[in-house]
Design a protein around this ligand. Structure first.
Ligand code: ZN
Ligand code: ZN
Length: 437
């Protein structure tokens, strides 16, 4: 395992920027996850956006970050914040995000730390670094103007998940809009992102070349299946990510049928408490008090046993890689009346992917056949192709830099965006992209 020797192992160029803007992706360029990008211009101002990791087996990490004036973190998903404690341990600089992202981050790191110990994967930061990071972290409200070096910047809502931000940067010679992960559609808990006028747009492209099914229709199909499973006497297990999807599912179920006996287990419970403490990021936040009282929260082994006789279990992990979901599945695995309803992206090598393809998955080290019905629903919190292209067009950007995207998304996105007369750049990790303006 190669880890960094600060200042000596970075891919960042030594030379100064003479003109234009330099974007140097440490990770997350032509890949989904692992995001980290250094932006610099001739004023010498140098900013880092996000510093994440990809929690695969083994996890992957971005390049070493050079010294920077500040870091801005778009949102609390691990592929955007997983490596931030390394920054505070090695470069003393301020770190900014929205208040909700700030609140969620330590929980994500402690969980990452725990998993790395269990799985035996090294991490380049320590528990102590988590505390140091909290000391240099500053939260920023949407629309509040901040200065770093010779630049000013502010955050705007990105849709995606509550607290997720886009970054609008004002450099002496041009403006940059960094989307982070975005969705322009309204979801159960957050309103969609609105385009901001800019010169250079840096945009994620996770779903480039693909369209999502209509969200309302997909939600209706999901609810219908839940009712079918309950009517036949089974339990619907809904594996869901702790931050975003789980809470979307709870709100959907609450609206569809408050008589359903819905159990909620895993780290999502703590995430939801943070949401409730930051209601300004949540759509119709006051309803969460009712949902919180309605949902049956699991806090003990006997609660878990009761949940096996309920209607729905919403729990982590979303990709069926660890978490309480395996405990439930192990007990319901032989019941064809029960169902596993997959609602999120399943990365390669995860239990969720194996279950969808082969009807089995590893539970506590044993590949286990699952007799339950398995169904998949597309409830993404990212823009589909047409929304990305339209968003790019509406910013009026002359240059569009695409990142956070799989290989197959590159050419379809490039073609559609160029049709609108915008210049497209698809950078590579570890190689600087210079844009003259
Ligand atoms: Zn992401
Ligand atoms: Zn995300």
């Amino acid at each position: 395992m190669v880890f960094y020797t600060p200042g000596r192992t970075t891919s960042y160029p030594q030379d100064k920027v003479d003109s234009g803007v330099r974007f140097h992706f440490l990770g997350g360029a032509q890949e989904v996850g692992n995001v980290g990008c250094v932006i610099e211009d001739k004023t010498g101002t140098r900013l880092l956006v996000d510093y994440g990791l990809s929690p695969g087996d083994p996890p992957t990490y971005p390049d070493e970050c050079p010294s920077i004036d500040a870091a801005i973190i778009t949102h609390g998903h691990l592929d955007h914040i997983g490596m931030v404690p390394w920054i505070s341990a090695n470069h003393g600089c301020p770190i900014y995000s929205t208040d909700l992202t700030e609140a969620l981050a330590p929980m994500m790191w402690h969980d990452t730390y725990k998993i790395s110990k269990i799985e035996g994967h090294p991490l380049p930061w320590d528990k102590r670094d988590i505390e140091e990071t909290a000391d240099v972290w500053e939260s920023v409200q949407f629309g509040e103007i901040r200065n770093t070096g010779k630049w000013s910047w502010k955050l705007h809502p990105a849709g995606h998940v509550p607290g997720a931000a886009m970054i609008e940067l004002e450099l002496p010679e041009c403006r940059i809009l960094w989307t982070g992960d975005i969705d322009v559609r309204d979801s159960p808990n957050v309103s969609g992102a609105k385009p901001i006028s800019t010169d250079i747009l840096v945009m994620e492209g996770t779903y480039g070349g693909r369209e999502h099914p209509d969200r309302k229709e997909e939600e209706a199909r999901f609810i219908q299946k839940i009712q079918e499973v309950v009517a036949r006497g089974g339990v619907a297990i809904v594996p869901a990510f702790a931050s975003g999807r789980g809470q979307d599912i709870l709100r959907l179920l609450y609206h569809a049928d408050p008589n359903l006996r819905v159990h909620y287990d895993g780290m999502g419970k703590r995430v939801t408490r943070h949401w409730m403490d930051h209601p300004h990021h949540i759509k119709n936040a006051e309803e969460w008090d009712k949902i919180w009282r309605w949902v049956r929260r699991i806090s003990s082994k006997s609660d878990r046993k009761k949940a096996l006789h309920g209607d729905v279990i919403v729990t982590t992990s979303g990709m069926l890689k660890g978490g309480p979901v395996l405990w439930y599945l192990n007990r319901l695995k032989e019941d064809p009346e029960s169902a596993v309803l997959i609602t999120g992206y399943q990365a390669e090598g995860t239990g969720g992917e194996m279950l969808l393809e082969e009807g089995k998955l590893p539970i506590y080290g044993t590949i286990t056949k699952i007799a339950c019905e398995v169904e998949r629903y597309y409830l993404s919190n990212h823009c589909g192709h047409n929304h990305l292209v339209e968003f790019a067009k509406n910013t009026g950007a002359k240059h569009v830099v695409l990142f956070h995207l799989p290989d197959e998304a590159i050419e379809p996105l490039r073609a559609s965006i160029e049709e609108n007369g915008q210049r497209v750049h698809v950078p590579k990790n570890s190689i600087p992209l210079d844009i003259e303006f």
